[in-house]
Design a protein around this ligand. Structure first.
Ligand code: PGU
Length: 432
């Protein structure tokens, strides 16, 4: 006190100690804190369900919310090729020094080739600004911040309707506006390609448009190759900036080259666009946060400038990316034997999903459901957009302890030969 008084007059000290502030009631003084004005955020549309699932003490509860691969025993799957790569890394006695902001360069270049193909012109001309990111989400959010700062036209990102629940929040968080374009026909459970074209034709020139490169989340419906070709023409003519979210390369058709068709076709047609890549699903590296962002530049000079700004954004947010996942990917992609093993494992995951889709549809028919569930089989990737309404989702969760997102999406990876009949029975009960 005496010490404080040497610096401040008594009145100020009294005020600082709260004795001279009658305007703040004792109650307010107790309840008002630095952060008392922070409103509670609503739970995340996907991980919020995971939290609710964890709280449920029912032993037969089933989690079909998050898109994470499970084996037929419902257990998470660490790919044997990943375990082998980790063994190799262990034997190399590598250090744990910082990576540069842009990440591991070999990882970046192998990842770029994985997405674009080894013989692509963009790579040959050195026009790809590729940086390592905190998986797909990190790539999306890095691109959003970059576009907010430097995209020279209206800062609106057009998103398919419906889309992954985190797309709009990511772009909005970076200060971009988001708008929808039609994508899905809720009556036929199919791609609304005409609606998509109609809406994209109306989008103002020089807008940014997000496409799911393959295995669209949540609908599981992708444009055909011919439709992608047409979309590429439209993007070119309307001078749109395409941003591909490629979170499932390999998961749509079990062939990563096929799944990259749209990206490679746009690239062949000399369009300048961006791609977010993720190794969460196809290599099961969920928690390792491993991915890339590629922005295609017009010249090497422009590329160097883009890279420099991406590095600045990375440096000021998390400084540099984690190295373990990137090292695993580098081992696998640079070793032809390991890569072959990975491809077989990827195929195995996709084939299980394809057969469990069929099992679920057949089980629904066996239950006597009057609805047509063929869309479950037609959809590709990790999800089925079942068509269940929010109140049916509430019911199946409350009465049957099956957890899924409010939009009726189920993670097909959570369905197994052991629980498929229980799930089908519950789906039939709530959709009767
Ligand atoms: N883009 C799409 C289309 C996705 O579906 C996901 C993951 C991501 C990006 C981001 O994945 P990363 O792990 O950051 O690479 N969607 C899953 C996983 C849970 C989530 O929402 O992040 C899902 O269940 O939709």
């Amino acid at each position: 006190m005496q010490h404080l008084q040497n610096y401040f007059p008594t009145l100020v000290v009294e005020t600082l100690l709260g004795r001279n502030s009658p305007k703040i009631s004792r109650h307010e003084r107790k309840t008002s804190t630095w952060w008392s004005g922070v409103p509670k955020a609503s739970p995340d549309s996907i991980f919020g369900i995971v939290e609710a699932f964890k709280k449920d003490e029912t032993p037969h509860k089933i989690n079909l919310s998050v898109g994470a691969y499970r084996d037929d025993n419902g257990k998470p799957y660490v790919l044997p090729s990943v375990l082998k790569a980790e063994e190799i890394l262990k034997s190399k006695n590598l250090n744990k020094e910082y990576a540069l902001a842009e990440g591991l360069s070999e990882f970046n270049s192998l990842s770029f080739d994985y997405a674009f193909g080894t013989c692509n012109e963009v790579g040959k001309k050195g026009l790809n600004a590729t940086v390592q990111t905190l998986s797909g989400t990190g790539a999306l959010s890095l691109f959003a911040s970059f576009a907010k700062k430097f995209f020279p036209h209206a800062k609106t990102m057009y998103l398919p309707k419906p889309t992954w629940g985190n797309h709009a929040p990511v772009f909005k968080n970076a200060g971009l506006e988001t708008k929808d374009y039609k994508y899905y026909d809720f009556k036929t459970f199919g791609l609304d390609y005409d609606g998509m074209l109609e809406d994209l034709c109306k989008v103002p020139e020089h807008s940014m448009v997000l496409f799911h490169a393959c295995a669209h989340n949540p609908t599981g419906m992708d444009p055909s190759k011919e439709q992608w070709e047409e979309l590429c023409e439209l993007v070119k003519q309307k001078k749109l900036f395409a941003f591909f979210d490629m979170a499932y390369q390999g998961f749509a058709t079990e062939n990563p080259d096929n799944d990259a068709f749209a990206v490679r076709h746009f690239s062949k047609n000399n369009l300048k666009f961006a791609v977010a890549q993720s190794y969460s699903k196809n290599l099961g590296l969920y928690g390792e946060r491993t991915g890339t962002l590629t922005v295609i530049a017009d010249s090497q000079e422009e590329r160097a400038k883009i890279i420099s700004q991406l590095k600045t954004l990375i440096r000021t947010t998390y400084s540099n990316p984690p190295i373990h996942g990137a090292r695993i990917v580098t081992e696998i992609l640079s070793n032809s034997q390991l890569k072959k093993e990975w491809m077989a494992e990827l195929k195995g995951m996709v084939q299980r999903l394809v057969s469990i889709r069929k099992a679920l549809r057949d089980a629904l028919v066996k239950e006597g459901s009057k609805h047509n569930w063929d869309h479950i089989v037609k959809q590709v990737g990790m999800f089925s957009y079942t068509g269940m309404k929010p109140e049916q989702v509430d019911k199946i969760t409350k009465e049957h302890h099956i957890y899924l997102t409010k939009d009726g999406r189920i993670s097909i990876a959570g369905v197994t030969t052991k629980n498929v009949e229980y799930i089908a029975c519950a789906m039939h009960q709530v959709t009767k």
